[in-house]
Design a protein around this ligand. Structure first.
Ligand SMILES: C[S@@+](CC[C@H](N)C(=O)[O-])C[C@H]1O[C@@H](n2cnc3c(N)ncnc32)[C@H](O)[C@@H]1O
Length: 274
């Protein structure tokens, strides 16, 4: 098992962590990293996700009944859930990733979805939905359709952890005049899609999107309650008064996840459409 810091919050997990992921699958989902670096980022992101769920739902990741990872990639985050205690589901558009997931997560419900909704699951299926670095890539229309679809499959009161390229990305990656334009627009999609004619190609609506926190608060609140928008840096933003000492120690050792994150909740009066 891979360890990133001495005080891990995930030592009690009943599933083994991934022991290897092929380099092309790592590159597709996490950029050109070694497996060790892939796992290090996995533990770092999971630590921040769990800091957010303990704050906003009073639950650890393994305390939710039924979890969906939308755009699950090679299971970087699903490895932190418990197939013995929870119903675990993951979907992705990419066939090689889905084949990898079916082999390495035999107890999970793994599904290859289409580029656009719907998903196969019934309304009100999940009490936690996570999505890391998928809403960093979609066109505005596609994003809106997927938010509506993810709202449908969540249960009333369900928690959503969705990362995106937000204020931190705008501040750290663009020159001031571009920053000003992006802030004014609120949302911008960079069409950097470059098909290579391979099974690893990303969908045509998959480029690079940036959002301001204000855009997310204003637009996504049409569909969800917004519980918190976390800026990508520093990780200490994830600290909160009810964090255990083990989590706090782990959080002190993590690097920024490179994405902003929003915590959403499905309204109690949410959709009941099948
Ligand atoms: C940057 S990767 C992140 C993967 C994974 N969440 C992780 O953190 O390792 C984005 C993932 O989204 C998937 N993806 C792209 N468009 C999608 C869509 N419309 N529905 C589901 N998955 C999608 C890609 O195939 C890819 O695996």
């Amino acid at each position: 098992m891979y360890r990133v810091a001495r005080a891990f919050p995930f030592d009690d997990l009943d599933r083994p962590f991934l022991s290897d992921v092929p380099p092309d699958l790592i590159k597709h989902t996490a950029g050109p990293k070694s497996f060790e670096e892939f796992q290090k980022t996995a533990f770092e992101v999971a630590t921040m996700f769990e800091a957010a769920t303990t704050k906003h739902a009073g639950k650890r990741l393994t305390d939710f009944d039924s979890v969906l990872d939308f755009g699950c990639g090679a299971g970087r985050l699903l490895q932190f859930f418990s197939p013995e205690k929870q119903k675990i589901s993951g979907c992705d558009v990419n066939r090689p990733l889905i084949s990898f997931m079916e082999k390495h997560f035999p107890k999970a419900d793994i599904y290859q979805n289409k580029t656009e909704p719907k998903l196969k699951w019934a309304a009100n299926s999940f009490d936690l939905v996570i999505s890391f670095s998928v809403f960093s890539h979609l066109t505005r229309d596609s994003e809106d359709r997927w938010l509506t679809e993810l709202e449908r499959v969540g249960r009333p009161g369900a928690i959503y952890l969705i990362t995106f390229q937000g204020d931190w990305c705008i501040e750290s990656k663009f020159p001031i005049p571009v920053q000003n334009k992006l802030r004014k627009a609120g949302f911008h999609y960079f069409d950097i899609h470059t098909p290579k004619g391979s099974v690893m190609d990303f969908p045509s609506n998959y480029g690079s999107s940036v959002h301001t926190a204000d855009y997310v608060r204003n637009e996504w609140s049409r569909t969800f309650d917004i519980l918190e928008v976390y800026k990508g840096r520093p990780p200490s933003l994830y600290d909160h008064e009810n964090l255990t000492s083990v989590h706090r120690k782990a959080l002190a050792n993590v690097r920024s996840m490179g994405q902003d994150m929003v915590v959403l909740r499905k309204r109690l009066s949410g959709t009941s459409e099948p």
